[in-house]
Design a protein around this ligand. Structure first.
Ligand code: PRE
Length: 382
């Protein structure tokens, strides 16, 4: 019979060797983190993990395969946690320093006149929002939301105005998805009351209309009306573009769901007013900029975070807000492209940028998530 203490000695030697290798592996993780920080890559690389795990499981003896998987899952999780902590530790002071600097260097007054990028054409609701945010916006129109992000990123326009959510139809998913792919900051938000109207060429009657054109969100906000009237909806890029295309069309059985201002702009008649399903129909717009600008009175902050794909991780992030008594006014989740059912969470929180709890939040939120991106602090103008 073997002596137990001899076997235990052998185990001790093996464990010491494993510990040595574990330290070496964790050092590699730190180097990967440095590389990822320089190259702006996320900590989690699910496809690398999957391929690596499959290769290891393949090499393991059949009866040890499951244990092998459990062991390497744990190692990779520890590696991710170490990388996340390291990046968060570097990120938090940098983010706070950037916030302090922006508070110091941003002008006291929000500009009244500026070059602003909007999606659509003249008469778009984004134009109303831009008019509300700036007294005299010099607007360039872009066909897509992506065009607006690019105009800001390339300094073509100092600001961009984008719709982010509607009180009836919910979030503008396309804009949230583009947020993941672009560098920008939020400097203001505003709310615009939306009234949709049925616009057609002069002389057209309601009975003649079969097809109705508008933006997807407007069609959703008027879904009940469209059904009651037996109309066929067609999605176009923008409500003002819909009005323009009806004005340009030779057909007399088409109408647009757009603002009353579009009727005047494009020479159309208002056949029916306020056809949206709910009267309290508002859209929130965000004003974005390339540089971080924080104007006095900023009392809201937007953040994007990614949490580990494990039970309780989102709860831990939410607990940070709860512990600091910071109210979350919006939480949106969007799938991360190329990742298997993993999500980016967008938070809008209510807290003055000068409040101590805001600083604590910014200094510690990184501990509860894998990635955290600060989008800006601003106020909402009504
Ligand atoms: O290879 C990487 O990109 C790493 O960050 C290392 C590592 C690992 O520990 O093996 C950790 C996190 C990634 O999700 C993938 C793999």
């Amino acid at each position: 019979m073997e002596d137990l203490s001899d076997i235990r000695h052998e185990i001790d030697d093996i464990d010491n060797a494993i510990l040595d290798l574990f330290q070496k592996r964790m050092d590699c993780a730190e180097r990967v983190a440095a590389y990822k920080r320089t190259n702006n890559l996320p900590v989690l690389d699910r496809s690398r993990e999957r391929a690596h795990m499959a290769a290891l499981a393949d090499k393991a003896p059949e009866d040890l395969r499951t244990y092998t998987e459990v062991l390497f899952q744990l190692l990779m999780e520890a590696s991710r946690a170490r990388q996340g902590k390291r990046l968060a530790a570097e990120h938090a002071p940098k983010a706070l320093a950037a916030i302090d600097q922006a508070c110091e260097t941003t002008a006291d007054l929000f500009p009244r006149e500026a070059y602003v990028a909007c999606q659509g054409v003249e008469g778009a609701y984004s134009q109303f929002a831009a008019d509300r945010i700036f007294k005299h916006p010099l607007i360039s129109y872009f066909e897509s939301f992506e065009g607006v992000f690019r105009a800001v990123e390339t300094d073509f326009s100092r600001y961009g105005v984008l719709p982010i959510e509607n009180s009836t139809a919910g979030s503008v998913n396309k804009v949230y998805d583009l947020m993941m792919q672009h560098d920008f900051h939020i400097v203001r938000t505003t709310r615009v009351k939306i009234d949709h109207n049925l616009l057609a060429k002069p002389g057209t009657t309601v009975e003649q209309i079969h097809d109705v054109y508008s933006h997807e969100q407007a069609i959703n906000q008027c879904a009940g009306f469209i059904e009651r009237m037996g109309l066929t909806p067609h999605v176009v890029e923008n409500t003002a573009m819909a009005a323009k295309s009806v004005a340009d069309s030779d057909r007399t059985d088409v109408a647009a769901l757009s603002s009353r201002a579009c009727a005047q702009l494009y020479g159309l008649d208002v056949l029916m007013r306020d056809v949206q399903d709910r009267d309290d129909n508002y859209t929130r717009f965000a004003c974005i900029s390339k540089q971080l600008e924080i104007y006095p009175g900023a009392d809201r902050t937007s953040l994007m975070i990614v949490v580990n794909h494990r039970p309780g991780t989102l709860f831990k992030a939410l607990a940070k807000f709860y512990a600091l008594d910071i109210n979350i006014i919006k939480l949106e989740s969007r799938p991360i492209p190329g990742r298997d059912f993993e999500f980016m969470f967008y938070f809008d929180v209510e807290c003055p940028v000068t409040a101590p709890e805001f600083r604590t939040l910014m200094a510690t939120i990184g501990d509860a998530c894998e990635e955290c991106r600060y989008l800006g602090s601003y106020s909402e103008v009504l």
